[in-house]
Write a protein that binds this ligand. Structure first.
Ligand SMILES: [Cu+2]
Length: 149
């Protein structure tokens, strides 16, 4: 009985600690044209991210997600919220503006297991090869990841 109450209280605490973050989809931002802002974000497991279409013509689709996590895709011009429970790196893009490197990176957890580094980097490079503008953007975002030793 007492343990049950404790677990319920703990559940409320965990829920209260989960944060909701916002990423804007913009025609122009601080990092140039056709851009997610912020392009890199570090969150805790269980947090959610809402993608907000501030301008029309954008949506978001995951490119690579950690093992065990589900891919996602939003509707054009619709706000979209995804909750991320699995630690690791998520790379995503806006399909209509992939050629302009409209891409973003999410780090879930304080650090990312360095064992996954080569695979994650290779997946990001596959996506980056399809960009013809803002070509440095994805590399700059990937450099902000904190890897474990
Ligand atoms: Cu776009």
């Amino acid at each position: 009985m007492r343990i049950g109450v404790l677990l319920i209280a703990l559940g409320f605490c965990l829920q209260a600690n989960a944060e909701e973050h916002h990423v804007k989809m913009l025609n122009f931002g601080t990092d140039g044209g056709m851009v997610f802002e912020p392009g890199f974000i570090q969150i805790n497991p269980g947090d959610s991210i809402t993608f907000v279409p501030e301008n029309t013509g954008h949506h978001v689709k995951s490119h690579s997600v950690p093992t065990g996590a589900s891919p996602w895709q939003s509707e054009l011009d619709e706000p979209f919220t995804v909750t991320l429970d699995q630690e690791g790196v998520y790379v995503y893009y806006c399909p209509p503006h992939l050629m302009m490197n409209m891409v973003g990176v999410i780090q879930v957890g304080e650090q990312v297991d360095a064992v996954s580094r080569d695979e994650v980097t290779e997946q990001a490079e596959q996506l980056g090869r399809r960009a013809f503008q803002n070509s440095a953007r994805l590399g700059n975002l990937m450099q902000q990841i904190t890897w474990s030793e």
